[in-house]
Design a protein around this ligand. Structure first.
Ligand code: NAP
Ligand code: MG
Length: 395
């Protein structure tokens, strides 16, 4: 069989620990035998970040902007313990955070629905994608513990408002956001919904927070009307704005299959709820989408350090490669779609089908065993070999 060709590259960002091992297994077993891989390779493993004083991370981000499609392996975000373990000269910032800022993007998380499993909300038949605005809000707030009676004020842009007149001890906080960031967020969300061919929901509490949340609602509506309405209508999908409490109730009654855009704090909370309802952390995929249309695919989980330590002792581990496989398939499908390369796009679909077929046949890693009712999980190598076998059959 002739290998599938790629006209244009994807940006490949290698990473750390157990996921770095899985990365290589996926390339060797599931990709290289079938595709003439065309990637721009950046090694974001901690050793190379140290060697390049982290310049490699920004180089990867610049490449992503230029090339438009990327796939990223999980990477360590160093803390004090990691600095010692990896003999680092400084505490490098999170690669994900840096890349997200560089492309001004939003991260969309969606679960992989396993054959033969039912989410904890049994009505959910399709994955729900959560878009969390990752700028400011509660995460960059300013807080004051008030001990004595007196007035709290909010002052900005020549305006001064009394927040509350304290008669005794209490607490006060202030938050902010910027139009620029909300516009980018809105554009990334509309792009994601179009890409998936699914409705976009945006919810907040503009009846109570008329100015702050009201600004989000207005910007979403403005961007929709001016830039996306006709494309949404052509694709047969809808944009729905609704209050967050109504959105939660509708979500529970829905059958899933939509993109749900949320402010920073709401997105933090809802992504954990959706993740838990659909299964394991290792089944969450993630895609970073920029307002200008760059796509970077990755697994939502980390480098699975506990498994890595066991592997270093010579043990085989049953680490789940599904989210990393789907990161690769997502990137290859996107590249295929953008280049009009039907063979590549179809190959991306086949990797996913082959993975789900292995699971349907009862070959699963340990974490999936409990979910699917299989007695015992296999190690990662065995699982990937089972996927390979099924992939060969459908190629
Ligand atoms: P983690 O790597 O996501 O793993 C936490 C636990 O979840 C694992 O110990 C394992 O549980 C389970 N798990 C996660 N992925 C799994 C998989 N593919 N297969 C089977 N089980 C899986 O989180 P962490 O241990 O808190 O973080 C490790 C490193 O990852 C940190 O240095 C952190 O900075 C980094 N991180 C990177 C990213 C990213 O690059 N996107 C995201 C998060 C964290 P059991 O041990 O019980 O089996
Ligand atoms: Mg959370």
């Amino acid at each position: 069989m002739e290998k599938i060709k790629m006209q244009n590259p994807i940006v490949e960002m290698d990473g750390d620990e157990m996921t770095r091992v899985i990365w290589q297994m996926i390339k060797d077993e599931l990709l290289a035998p079938f595709v003439e891989l065309n990637t721009e390779y950046y090694d974001l493993g901690l050793e190379n970040r140290e060697k390049t004083d982290d310049a490699v991370t920004m180089q990867a981000a610049e490449a992503l902007k230029r090339v438009g499609v990327g796939v990223k392996c999980a990477t360590i975000t160093p803390n004090a313990k990691r600095m010692e373990e990896y003999h680092l000269s400084r505490m490098y910032k999170s690669p994900n955070g840096q890349i997200r800022s560089a492309v001004d993007g939003t991260t969309f998380r969606a679960p992989i629905l396993l054959p033969g499993t039912t989410p904890l909300v049994p009505g959910w038949k399709k994955p729900i994608t959560i878009a969390r605005h990752s700028n400011a809000d509660l995460y960059k707030d300013v807080e004051i513990r008030v001990e004595n009676p007196g007035e709290a004020h909010l002052t900005a842009d020549g305006q001064d408002k009394t927040v509350y007149t304290f008669g005794g001890p209490g607490v006060a906080l202030a938050m902010y956001n910027t139009d620029a960031s909300i516009y980018s967020f809105a554009r990334s969300c509309f792009s994601c919904a179009l890409d998936k061919g699914q409705d976009l929901w945006f919810s907040c509490k503009d009846t109570i927070s008329t100015v702050y949340d009201g600004r989000f609602r207005d910007i979403f509506q403005e961007v929709y009307d001016a830039e996306y309405k006709s494309a949404f209508e052509a694709a047969g999908i809808k944009y729905i704005y609704t209050l967050i409490d109504d959105a939660v109730a509708r979500c529970m009654r829905s059958e899933g299959g939509f993109v749900w855009a949320l402010k920073n704090y709401d997105g933090d909370v809802m992504s954990d709820m959706i993740g838990a309802a659909f299964g394991a952390l290792a089944l969450m995929t993630s895609v970073l989408i920029s307002p200008s249309g760059c796509f970077e695919y990755e697994a939502a989980h980390g480098t699975v350090t506990r498994h890595w330590y066991r592997r270093q002792k010579g043990e085989k581990t049953s680490t789940n490669p599904m989210a990393t496989i789907f990161a690769w398939s997502g990137a290859l499908k996107k590249r295929g779609e953008l280049d009009g390369n039907a063979a590549l796009a179809a190959f991306g679909d086949r990797i996913e089908q082959a993975s789900l077929a292995a699971i349907a046949d009862g070959i699963v890693t340990g974490d999936m065993a409990a979910l699917t009712g299989v007695k015992e999980g296999v190690d990662t190598e065995t699982f990937i070999a089972a996927v390979r076998e099924r992939l060969e059959k459908i190629m």
